[in-house]
Structure formats: C-alpha cells, structure tokens
Design a protein around this ligand. Structure first.
Ligand code: ACO
Length: 329
C-alpha cells in the first residue's frame, strides 16, 4: 500500500418529490399514525413517481456531490453504486449512472441490502489506498417502494425511496476509513427476502398471483438481529481504531427504525446527542439511508471537515458493516 488516503470531498442527495405521510397510509390500509410513530419513529417517506427511477436519482445525487467536490466527469476513476432496487437486474445500474454522468471509467454495483453504502465506502477507501485512483463516486440509492406490497401493513409503512452520493478523493494527509468490519450470516436469508424476480423463482403468473414479487420480512427477528449487531459492530470498529466513544463527533446508524437506534444507544452506551436520526422524514431507504443522513448532517452543521464519525448498518443477507472514518481537513 502507498501512503494515500480517500477523503470525502463532496456529498449530494436526490429524493423523490412525493411525500407520503402516515396519515395518507392510514387512509388506505388498516394502520395509524400512532402505531407507526410508536413502533418505528417514522412520520413520512418519499415515494417515486412514474418519472423517477433508480438510475436517475443516483445520477442526480452524484452530480450534486461532484459539484460540491469541484470534480468533473473526466476526473472520476470509478463509480460504485450500492442498491438492491436497480432499474434492471441487468445491465448494472452503475453503468447507466456512469453513462449519464459522462464519466469514462469503470463502474460496478454492490447488492448488500441496507449494508450496501457502508460496504461500498469501505471498498472505495481500499481502492484509494492503492494511490491509483483520483476520485471515486460512491452512491447509495433505492427505489424500494416498487418492491413493496402497498396492502401489506407489515412492510409498506417502513420503507421509502431516495439516493445520496459522496465523492471520495485521493489525499496525502491521513483521513478516510480508519477501521472497518463487515459481517454476513446467510442462515438468515429468508428473514428479509424478495422471493420472486431472480433466477430461482422467475416471474410467472403463479408467483405474481401469490405476491412473491413483494418484499417479505420477519420484522421481529430482524429487530432482534439488528439490535444485537449494531452495538457489537460499533464497539469493534472503535476498538480497532483506538478511538473512544467520546472521540467521535457523530454516529450515523442505518435509519431503519428509531427504536432500533435507541436500543443501540442504550446497549453501546453512546452519547445520544451525537447519534444522528432522520428516519422520521424518510423511513427506511435501505442503502441510501446513511448517505442521506450524512448529507443532512453536513447541511445542518452537525459535522464539519476534520470530524471523526462512525457509520453502522445492517440489512438483508443478513449482513452488517461498520466503520470509523475521519473527514479530510
Ligand atoms: N399498523 C398497525 N398494526 C400493525 C402494523 C401496522 N403498520 N404492522 C403490524 N401490525 C400489527 C401486527 O399485525 C401485530 O398484530 P397482532 O398482535 O394482532 O398479530 C401487531 O401489530 C404487533 O406486531 P409486531 O410485528 O409484533 O410489532 P413490532 O413491535 O415487532 O413492530 C416492526 C414491527 C416495526 C416491523 C418491528 O419488528 C421492526 O422494526 N423490525 C425491524 C424491521 C426492519 O428494520 N427491517 C429492515 C431492516 S433491513 C433493511 O433495512 C432492508
């Protein structure tokens, strides 16, 4: 490895125009604002219209991140898009984003559920440490509401759409990912699954009639798993980085559910005022949740250059990942 680092130099988000409130859902299915708020902390979510797609949200967010970083298309050397809801199973949405941006570089898509953005950022950081890349765009994007059964109150109240990107730029001074960990336990594959649409159960009249084309989730089991791995993952990356809880300026956990985040704050004994929560505004945007939160944290002045942060995510797979990182000065 050479003495290079990857620092976040730009960020940008793009969320659908349409806001769907708990009240609107309660007018259509058997649920209530009170139930959703108490169990999840979610008050509203963004939902794509016909004119909005995964590739386009990803592109819009990447353009904003590039503008902020002052990076042009020909200065980008790699694009990594984390998503589980691409425009198509093939071609990879990352190539559509590369084409839209006018970049002439490699691009690939990472499918790691809600853990996608953290996994992609860790990957980008390792590429940067080779010293061979100038700028890498990392995108977290989901159009997950198109995979949800809007009559299934167990799932549809939880999710929302959106995208956010960062530009990771080559730096000589130490910054970027300081420690990381990734976990996977495929024995929990069925706890959060889209049964049909892949090659095992191709779309058919039968699969559509039985609703296999919609996301299925065992909420209670996912809740137990999430609360277990969040605290453990934070402890592990802090220990590996040599940082203490108080050294961290802001913790950004995956925004799936405010109760899961509150549980993690308690079990890992985190300073609550330094844990970012915006799940009430967007619901669970899966791979987009941490970068959207990062964009808002920047805009609200909750983080500034030079700060140290922790990202921690969990999701389908089951998978989980965390990192400590430092923003460049
Ligand atoms: N409105 C009203 N009632 C509801 C709703 C709803 N939207 N959804 C479920 N209920 C009912 C259930 O039917 C059940 O009724 P019953 O007791 O008559 O059978 C009752 O509420 C309680 O259901 P539980 O599932 O026990 O509710 P719980 O307190 O566990 O909360 C929840 C459910 C919010 C889904 C919780 O389990 C959770 O947050 N799990 C984690 C989900 C998650 O984060 N998934 C994504 C992670 S991975 C990723 O990000 C892609």
């Amino acid at each position: 490895m050479s003495n290079y680092y990857g620092g976040i130099t730009g960020y940008g988000k793009a969320v659908p125009e349409r806001v769907v409130t708990n009240e609107e859902l309660a007018s259509k299915i058997d649920t209530s604002d009170q139930w959703i708020t108490e169990r999840t902390g979610i008050k509203q979510r963004r939902v794509v219209g016909d004119h909005e797609q995964c590739s386009q949200l990803a592109t819009d967010s990447a353009r904003k991140a590039m503008e902020r970083a002052g990076v042009s298309a020909d200065e980008i050397d790699l694009i990594i898009v984390a998503t589980s809801s691409p425009d198509f199973l093939t071609p990879p949405v990352s190539s559509m984003v590369q084409h839209n941006l006018g970049a002439k570089c490699g691009a690939f898509t990472m499918v790691v559920g809600c853990t996608g953005f953290v996994s992609a950022l860790i990957t980008a950081d390792l590429y940067m440490k080779t010293g061979q890349y100038r700028n890498i765009i990392v995108v977290g994007v989901e159009v997950i509401t198109r995979m949800v059964d809007w009559e299934d109150r167990n799932t549809c109240v939880l999710f929302g759409d959106g995208a956010a990107s960062v530009v990771v730029s080559r730096k000589k001074e130490p910054c970027g990912v300081l420690s990381h960990m990734m976990g996977s336990d495929g024995s929990g594959a069925e706890l959060l699954i889209l049964p049909s649409g892949g090659t095992k159960v191709p779309p058919s009249h039968e699969s559509l009639d039985s609703g296999q084309n919609y996301l299925k989730m065992n909420g209670r089991e996912v809740f137990k798993f999430a609360t277990k791995v969040m605290g453990q993952s934070i402890e592990k990356v802090l220990e590996d980085s040599g940082l203490s809880k108080d050294d961290i300026d802001l913790y950004i956990p995956h925004q799936a559910n405010a109760r899961i985040i509150e549980f993690a704050i308690k079990t890992a004994d985190l300073p609550a005022d330094r844990v970012y929560i915006n799940v009430h505004k967007y619901g669970n945007t899966s791979a987009a949740s941490i970068p959207i939160a990062l964009c808002e944290a920047f805009d609200e002045g909750r983080v500034k250059m030079g700060d140290k942060m922790v990202f921690v995510a969990f999701g389908a797979g089951l998978t989980w990942a965390a990192c400590t990182l430092q923003l460049p000065e």
